[in-house]
Design a protein. Structure first.
Length: 45
């Protein structure tokens, strides 16, 4: 978890938006994961 946090912070410092979806989240909630991603993309256009 510490490494994930460090990587996220570095990516954010480089201007990236970080989404972290675990495999089980995608398998159980694919529509929700897609909605989160697509909503973000629409908001940044």
């Amino acid at each position: 978890m510490q490494r994930d946090h460090e990587v996220n912070e570095e990516l954010k410092n480089l201007g990236y938006t970080v989404f972290r979806f675990w495999e089980t989240d995608i398998k159980k909630n694919l529509e929700e994961c897609l909605t989160i991603t697509l909503d973000h993309l629409k908001a940044t256009q």
